[in-house]
Write a protein that binds this ligand. Structure first.
Ligand code: NAD
Length: 456
């Protein structure tokens, strides 16, 4: 019997092997797509009520094992257990409302004039390929799988090669409730992802890096395949002179270091007026110095490792380049051991440094002192990315005006981009987003709009 090659999963905190999954032979992807196509019409015919019932049952099962799933998240990608628990608990926490929102978004709408009626239908597209990253290894798949399935599509999920066990656990639970071939998993890396994009699927829903997003868009253009691309960011935080500096420093320390900075909406650049910069930097360093680096399974840990050595080396190289080019280290400033990076605070960061322009995705807070608000806005917008941003000021009107000048898709005032009010989209601008998640319009991206007109 030929042996099936496997993909091993490693704990980034300890290097231990956690488990393995069979790698999907890229040549098999065409057959997998065919099976999914065959399952789609039956799933669509079930209708909203029956589909929602199955999804609710599956997510109740997920919610009954959040501790176990949180532990798997932490051991597989490194985030502290308490963060893993927040992620696991977020799965399906408002599912009933979300499913209602999805149903209402796609309900047929009829328009009349004196001679005719036209009905707008929003039908499932067919087979959706969901290609996901490792930094939120359960919630990213869930964000795509729920609206895709609820609107009557079937799904082929390709989770990140860094977190195959989380992807498998998620699919195994759902498949206890879903009919056969409605949700299928494909394991592997870019080879399997590329093959999926090339195949006869109807929609690619992707979350990941800008480079991969570009590659997918190029490949999908051959057949004008539908794509939804959610990519990285280089989020700015603008602090005004009248800001509550303690609040701003606490937020910067939280949002630059949560999940070791491996969050698409991490604060990656901080712009502070010269007049208050020193005071802010002292407060920031104080807050960051409290972080406890270690294995996420330890109760005292508040900062875990990088997901792998490639990511660690990327972050260390950016820090070292920045220091060579004149950035000043206020705290940390390099590697700890293995996949760990010391929580680092830099100031005097300038636009020419790679740490100011390329996504870092690591535990680093970068401060740039500015002479005016307009300089802060100009620098904040000097990036091809446009995911999130934050503005801190006690004058909310002024902060709202500045928020509207930023090129980001989402801006938080005296907070991060989340939580935002339910029903609003998760959306990136410029090279951070091409399509988006959540909201009525977001759910409709999983459908084909059709108009049927008849005369009275
Ligand atoms: P990545 O682009 O390297 O990989 C993402 C997925 O794409 C993986 O499953 C990977 O195997 C697959 N893939 C890689 N090359 C491919 C190709 N050529 N064709 C098809 N599939 C391919 O990203 P990552 O390192 O897993 O995730 C980190 C990135 O994700 C960061 O840039 C982060 O900002 C971004 N992200 C964005 C959001 C958002 O909401 N905008 C959310 C989470 C993460």
């Amino acid at each position: 019997m030929p042996t099936i090659p496997t993909l091993k999963s490693y704990n980034p905190a300890t290097g231990a092997v956690l488990g393995e999954v069979p790698i999907t032979d890229p040549a098999r992807i065409l057959q997998i797509v065919e099976k999914s196509q065959n399952a789609q019409s039956g799933w669509e015919r079930l209708g909203h009520d029956a589909r929602n019932k199955l999804l609710l049952e599956a997510y109740r099962d997920i919610q009954s094992q959040t501790e176990k799933l949180a532990s798997l998240i932490t051991r597989e990608m490194g985030k502290p257990f308490c963060e893993g628990l927040i992620e696991a608990k977020s799965l399906g926490s408002y599912l009933e409302e979300e499913l209602k929102e999805i149903e209402l978004a796609v309900v047929p709408e009829t328009y009349h004039d004196e001679r005719s009626s036209s009905t707008v239908y929003r039908d499932p597209l067919g087979v959706c390929a969901a290609i996901t990253p490792w930094n939120f290894p359960l919630s990213m798949p869930s964000w795509m799988v729920i609206p895709a399935l609820a609107t009557g599509n079937v799904v082929i999920l390709k989770p990140s090669e860094e977190t195959p066990l989380c992807g498998q656990a998620f699919v195994d639970i759902l498949n206890k409730y879903l009919p056969k071939d409605v949700l299928t998993i494909v394991h592997g890396a870019d080879e399997q992802g590329k093959q999926l994009v090339k195949s006869d699927v109807d929609l690619i829903a992707f979350t990941g890096s800008r480079e991969t997003g570009k590659d997918i868009l190029k490949s999908a253009s051959r057949t004008f395949k539908r794509v939804m691309l959610e990519m990285g960011g280089k989020d700015p935080m603008i602090i005004l002179e009248d800001a509550d500096l303690e609040k701003a420093a606490r937020f910067a320390a939280f949002n630059s270091f949560r999940n070791s900075g491996q969050v698409c909406v991490s604060t990656e650049r901080i712009f502070v007026p010269e007049k208050i910069a020193e005071q802010f930097e002292v407060l920031l360093v104080e807050a960051v110095a409290e972080l406890k680096l270690g294995d996420g399974m330890s109760e005292t840990t508040t900062l875990g490792p990088m997901v792998n050595s490639t990511q660690r080396n990327h972050v260390i190289n950016q820090i070292e380049d920045a220091v060579r080019e004149g950035a000043k280290v206020l705290l940390g400033g390099g590697g700890h051991k293995d996949n760990f990076v010391k929580p680092t605070v830099l100031t005097n960061v300038t636009e020419s440094m790679s740490i100011a322009s390329d996504e870092t995705f690591g535990p680093v807070a970068c401060v740039t002192r500015v002479a005016s608000v307009s300089e802060a806005v100009q620098k904040a917008n000097a990036t091809p990315f446009g995911l999130g941003a934050a503005v801190f000021s006690e004058n909310e009107e002024k902060a709202s005006r500045i928020a509207r000048q930023l090129s980001a898709g989402m801006v938080g005032i005296n907070q991060g981009v989340a939580p935002s009010v339910r029903g609003t989209p998760w959306i990136g601008a410029r090279e951070s987003g091409y399509g988006f998640h959540k909201s009525k319009d977001g759910h409709r991206q999983f459908t084909q709009t059709r108009v049927v007109t008849k005369r009275f």
